[in-house]
Design a protein around this ligand. Structure first.
Ligand code: NAP
Length: 246
């Protein structure tokens, strides 16, 4: 097993890519600290994970709430003594063209996708520094590299995540902590389900592999980056997009 006994904290773990990662990590022997805002979906996840080698330990956590983040991280460290892997996966969209984007849409996306990543990482890293090891995986997007009409707020956060990834890779390498980002293209999850059919069709026509991605195909890359197989990789952005952004 590739993550046996490792304590792996995943945000946004109850849906889509985060859910696939939680199940895959548990299958690989991890203790998954599954954090999400949805209690209902967390309960379903725990049920689904019951027969796997590792375990899924659920925590209600809103990454925008700094007090709650600090409290959950402290509880996890008290319970397990360490956090080996952090996957900053929670993210939201509030799409609109620039001229129509409301300030609250801008603020909501910045606070989850950008400040949320900062909040959780800042709470976890002191423990990784103390244990002198750790790996952090941040979820960006191809939109953060190439931009996308209708996603000013989202593109800004996903580009920002790449900036934070490279900065933290430089700051934390000396403490034996690796930091990488994954940039998915179009993946079939509840986030993309709500997009209009014409946008789905237009995107599909631009994907060389001729299909949308599955959450498990991103989770596999999280697993690689979480495991020792990627021990010499830090500060990188791995694109998982079926060739969309070539
Ligand atoms: P998803 O199915 O909507 O899952 C995201 C999860 O995060 C949901 O359970 C959501 O809860 C939770 N969440 C939302 N706000 C939160 C908060 N403040 N604190 C903690 N959890 C929160 O989305 P997904 O497609 O799997 O996306 C996962 C990550 O991949 C995101 O960062 C996304 O930006 C990125 N990504 C996705 C795609 C794609 O095509 N799907 C492409 C590129 C990048 P609720 O459902 O209750 O809001």
């Amino acid at each position: 097993m590739r993550l046996e006994g490792k304590v792996c904290m995943i945000t946004g773990a109850a849906s889509g890519i985060g859910r696939a990662a939680a199940l895959l990590f548990a299958q690989e022997g991890a203790i998954v600290v599954a954090c999400d805002v949805s209690k209902e979906n967390l309960d379903v996840l725990v049920d689904e994970a019951q027969d796997l080698s590792g375990k899924v330990d659920p925590y209600l956590l809103d990454v925008t709430n700094r007090d709650q983040v600090k409290e959950v991280v402290e509880r996890v460290v008290q319970k397990y003594g360490r956090i080996d892997v952090l996957v900053n996966n929670a993210g939201i969209t509030r799409d609109a063209l620039l001229v129509r984007m409301r300030e609250e849409d801008w603020d909501a996306v910045i606070s989850v996708n950008l400040k949320g990543v900062f909040n959780v990482t800042q709470a976890v890293v002191p423990y990784m520094i103390k244990q002198r090891s750790g790996t952090i995986i941040n979820t960006s997007s191809v939109v953060g590299i190439h931009g996308n009409a209708g996603q000013t707020n989202y593109a800004a956060t996903k580009a920002g995540v790449i900036g934070m990834t490279k900065t933290w890779a430089k700051e934390l390498a000396g403490r034996n902590i690796r930091v990488n980002a994954v940039a998915p293209g179009f993946i079939e999850t509840p986030m993309t389900e709500k997009l209009p059919e014409r946008i789905r069709e237009a995107t599909l026509s631009q994907i060389p592999l001729g299909r949308f991605g599955k959450p498990e195909e991103v989770a596999n890359v999280y697993l690689f980056l979480a495991s020792d197989e990627s021990s010499y990789i830090t500060g990188q952005v791995i694109v998982v997009d079926g060739g969309l952004a070539i």
